[in-house]
Design a protein around this ligand. Structure first.
Ligand code: GDP
Length: 315
């Protein structure tokens, strides 16, 4: 058991959807939460990161900083997705090791698994087949992060663990249509179609691919739980264990938003991987299960969007 209360905990990437959820979750832990702004330290800069860690001496690090995006952003900005993420991971993991950080939790992604991995996807499927081409750049960087944690554990005994979240959603998500994942994208489209009184809204692809969605507050809870109870080289999947077709998701979002028009499927846009459902039995056997129901989570996310993001246009 790793004790969190009374410790210094650095959340790298605290402005993002995952990092901000971990910061909110840590408020209940009685620890000192450390954050650093992008203006102060460029997390891709190994020297700056090492100096900041040495000066601030965290005991525990949540590595939630990453360049992230949906299917289109991944496909069109491959250099950024590969370089930024490799640089952030090497800087923080090596810096944490040099400064003697006791525990580090690396946030990976379910897209690191092979495109045609057997479903539900077990952790052991890692590197058993070719990746989905649309997000292979991000996936390779995240696989490198998992292996860095394994390598520092094997060579130096560092207690660095990896968590593989399924598709996430929640407050502070990116609602910019050019870079967003499917939930914020469809929420914005449904909202704008409702406001405009439009007869239909566009959905990319065929609607047939299946995805699993985990609310980011559930993920933050799982990360804190794993920081406390888990120590091992294998990544641990974090999901709900339930998936649904994009078409059903789109209908559920329309219900939540109150848009009653038609869905128009744009098959010139990519479907991506046909199915992505994680096997969450390892996480369950470590004593954690997701709690937030998809429809409830979509409702609170929509409330957040209406209050915080709906007015802002896509960049
Ligand atoms: P993925 O899980 O890595 O494929 O990432 P996304 O969340 O971007 O996409 C999930 C699925 O939703 C894919 O099949 C997309 O084609 C589909 N989708 C439908 N409409 C949209 C949309 O407006 N934006 C995005 N990003 N995906 C959409």
């Amino acid at each position: 058991m790793f004790q969190i209360a009374g410790r210094r905990v650095w959340v790298a990437g605290h402005r993002g959807m995952v990092g901000s959820a971990i910061v909110r979750r840590l408020e209940r832990e009685g620890c000192e939460v450390l954050t650093v702004s992008r203006g102060e330290v460029d997390l891709r800069d190994a020297q700056a990161v090492a100096a900041w860690i040495a000066a601030n001496r965290p005991n525990l690090v949540f590595l939630a900083a990453a360049t992230v995006g949906g299917i289109l952003a991944n496909d069109t900005r491959p250099a950024e997705f590969l370089y930024d993420n490799l640089a952030i991971e090497t800087a923080i993991i090596h810096g944490a090791h040099r400064a003697g950080v006791e525990k580090l939790v690396f946030l990976g992604s379910s897209c690191i698994y092979p495109k045609f991995a057997e479903q539900p996807i077990r952790e052991s499927a890692l590197m058993t087949g070719a990746l989905e081409p649309t997000n292979q750049w991000y996936a390779i960087a995240k696989i490198a992060g998992v292996m860095l944690c394994q390598a520092y554990r094997a060579q130096y005994g560092a207690d660095f663990i990896s968590v593989m979240p399924t598709n996430l959603y929640g407050p502070h998500d990116n609602f910019d249509l050019a870079a967003s994942h499917v939930i914020p994208a469809l929420m914005r489209k449904a909202h704008e179609a409702k406001v405009a009184g439009a007869p239909a809204m566009g959905v990319w692809g065929t609607g047939a691919p299946r995805r699993e969605f985990l609310h980011v507050d559930d993920l933050a809870d799982a990360c804190v739980h794993l920081a406390r109870v888990y120590s091992g080289p294998d990544p641990i999947n974090a999901g709900t264990g339930v998936d649904l077709p994009i078409k059903d998701l789109a209908q559920l979002i329309c219900k939540v938003v109150g848009f009653q028009g038609r869905l128009e499927f744009d098959t010139s846009k990519p479907d991506g991987t046909p199915r992505k459902l994680l096997d969450v039995s390892a996480l369950q056997s470590l004593g954690w299960t997701a709690r937030i129901d998809l429809e409830d989570g979509l409702r609170t996310t929509y409330d957040w969007f209406v209050q915080n993001g709906a007015g802002r246009r896509a960049a």
